[in-house]
Design a protein around this ligand. Structure first.
Ligand code: PLP
Length: 432
């Protein structure tokens, strides 16, 4: 096996040969766009139907069928889909949303627009998703909903989260922006909560240009979403008397129409997604299987016998255990892997609870920080309050996001990581 030979050569950062002699960009290109996408988009352009609904409705129906929810609503991006989900769940003035501190900001910040606030929970060190035990610690009489983010494709512990939600009568919103197609115990994420919302922007594992989707089984949440930001559909889609009475103007003061060129691309992407996702899963699992037993490096993925999966492995990363590598800091590890051509990098989002926008900013002129503008208690969380989230950057690194399962190539990328881990001592002695 070439790997055994590659990992024994001198480190590239110390002048040795690179483990990945020649990078293979076509292993990583995403989304995969073919003539089929081009044709579908061109049809919309030629017909002048960018701002219509007909293609988007077809995409919604197909997405709902694939996701396994009764309803799916297309939106311009994941940010708006999540805001609509928050409002549809009843999040309003003074209410609290519990959200993990490690996620993209759009899992949380829109709550402030609704006059609600966010209370951050810590993440679980192994799944990197919200820690159910820490959710319980942060529940107050004002808690309305839990945001479950399937972080970097890893499914949340939904059994525990749903049990807490039932006990405290809370809504559960799933942010599936990283995890389209991931399974939790054999069932698709995005079908567990009251509602799920996901980004479909060009960088995500399900990518249609710019777009978002909201999925639910609840007629009420479906209609509230329409009422909130899709006034042109009020006449057709609103049946609940309270909402019907307000039809004609969007309650959120927003227009949430998906561009049909994106919907058209989405229909094509969806057709191919299961098979393309499988290639990603096979390639990524191959990478981690090759690294099994390597000191300091552990996969971020569910146990093999759990019937849970990582979907399209968005922004894949690995756990880093510096103590097993003579204390080598992760930054230096990443540098050395990149010198090997290994395509690593800093991989996690910074903890949200420490950002000044969530501590100091008075965004809407309330005379006090927006985070606590409508709260009857100071929910702000100082440094040191969520230790796992705050320490994550030092305990993870990015790994290559393979879109194809090519054994020989993947072996070389895996060798880049293994080589640095096995020879970490050489870097430690130089540093000290
Ligand atoms: C990308 C992302 C979003 C926002 O989606 P957009 O389509 O970019 O608006 C929301 N949540 C998470 C976790 C994301 O990564």
């Amino acid at each position: 096996m070439q790997m055994n030979k590659l990992v024994r050569e001198p480190l590239a950062i110390l002048g040795g040969p690179k483990a990945v002699a020649r990078d293979e960009p076509d292993l990583f290109g995403w989304p995969i766009v073919t003539q089929e996408d081009e044709q579908a988009v061109m049809e919309v352009l030629r017909a002048g139907k960018m701002s219509g609904w007909d293609v988007s409705r077809k995409f919604e129906a197909e997405y709902a069928a694939w996701q396994g929810t009764k309803y799916a609503i297309g939106l311009p991006n994941g940010t708006m889909a999540l805001e609509a989900a928050m409002w549809a769940c009843g999040l309003g003035r003074g209410d609290e949303l519990i959200c993990p501190s490690i996620t993209y900001w759009a899992s949380a910040l829109q709550a402030l627009r609704l006059g609600a606030t966010v209370v951050f929970a810590d993440i679980d060190a192994s799944t990197l998703c919200v820690d159910p035990k820490d959710i319980e610690r942060h529940i107050s009489p004002r808690t309305k909903a839990i945001m479950a983010v399937h972080y970097c494709g890893h499914p949340c512990d939904m059994d525990a989260i749903l049990a807490i939600a039932r006990r405290h009568k809370l809504k559960v919103i799933e942010d599936v922006s990283h995890a389209h197609g991931a399974l939790y115990k054999g069932r698709l994420v995005g079908t567990f909560g009251d509602v799920s919302a996901m980004s479909m922007m060009g960088g995500k594992s399900f990518a249609i240009g710019e777009g978002g989707m909201l999925c639910t089984d609840s007629r009420e949440i479906y209609e509230r979403t329409i009422a909130f930001c899709q006034y042109e559909r009020h006449g057709q889609d609103l049946t609940l008397p309270d909402l019907k009475a307000l039809a004609g103007l969007p309650l959120g003061g927003m227009k949430g129409r998906l561009n049909q060129t994106c919907a058209a691309m989405g229909r094509v992407q969806l057709k191919h997604y299961p098979q393309r996702m499988k290639a990603i899963q096979d390639g990524m699992n191959r990478f981690w299987d090759l690294l099994e037993g390597t000191p300091g490096l552990r996969p971020h993925r569910p146990a093999k016998d759990s019937a849970s999966t990582m979907g399209g492995w968005y922004n894949p990363l690995g756990h880093y255990i510096s103590e097993e590598l003579g204390g080598l800091p992760v930054g230096r590890f990443i540098e050395a892997v990149n010198a090997e051509g290994g395509r690593s990098g800093r991989a996690s989002n910074p903890p949200l609870h420490l950002h000044p926008v969530l501590n100091e900013a008075d965004i809407y002129g309330d005379g006090k920080p927006t985070r606590i503008a409508f709260s009857d208690r100071d929910v702000r969380q100082p440094a040191g309050s969520l230790p796992v989230s705050e320490g994550l950057a030092e305990r993870c690194y990015g790994i290559p996001w393979f879109k194809h399962d090519r054994a020989e190539s993947i072996e070389r990328y895996a060798a880049a990581f293994k080589k640095v881990a096995l020879q970490a001592e050489r870097l430690v002695s130089r540093a000290s």
